[in-house]
Design a binder for this molecule. Sequence first.
Ligand code: ZN
Length: 316
Amino acid sequence: MAGAVCRAEPSVTGTQNIDSQTVVLKWKEGKQAVFLLEFDDSAPSHLQKALPELRKHKMVGTFYINPGNPPYKGLKDEWEKASLEPEVELANHTYTHIGATSPEQLDEQLRLCNEVIEKAYPNRKHPRLISFGRPGGVPWTVTEEQKKALLDKYHLVERPDFHGYPFQYKTREAVLALVDKALAEGEMGHHDCHGVGGDWLVTPMDVFTALLDKLEANRERIWITDPVSWHKYHTEREGAKVTVISTVGDSISLRLESRVDPEFYDMPLTLETRVPAGWTECTVIQGANRSTAKVSNGVVRYSALPGGGEIVIRRS
Ligand SMILES: [Zn+2]
């Protein structure tokens, strides 16, 4: 795309010196809060009981798998098929949930699990960021520094600590309150499960479905996503900088940058730009992406990629 040139035009036209103000919205599409649904240990009930509910609600769950263990191996084909569904995001919970008593052991555990995940997504680029959930209840004597170095090596992003039924939350009300808390704070909330309606450390089915129903009821306000998407969004947003390149006539040109590596941080952010009075609809172009958006209360909302090249907003 040709670089926009800031031309000095006669001020009588009233179209230059546009007071364009742009903000990056706190969460994707202007949602008020975020919610993550996470599932540990490749329990069979994830596929048999949780996934049908997620499908029904079109909500993504993130499944921290142990592909070297019997529960996964026994349903390997089903896991591989499920991983292609939009409701399933696979994440690294180590290969066999054995713990980590040496850096070499952790290295192998992370690598083997990552290999299974990468194979499950042949159409995604590699390497990319993958979520990591540390296995609990097993020996873990590697230092934080050793762990961090290996997570970096495999592009793993550690999730927030496990919080779920029946450990931290013992009633349905306590689980449902997580949604209210996320909304009240405008932050990320999450619920983590082992078994769902069966298997071990079970989240009862009625508690699980009540949680999904509550999320559904607040769908307009909550971004239900996976931990890596949440991580990318808030990390990019925190380092985001918008620069106005030019505001000429019926066109505003901007640049959106963030401090993180665009190779790994490739989540579009949601922006709003104030446009001049009289604009009712805009075309927004960034690289090969082109969209149209209605102007509402003087602002146009669109998504753009940090480091994705010049953004041009044209009156249409
Ligand atoms: Zn586990």
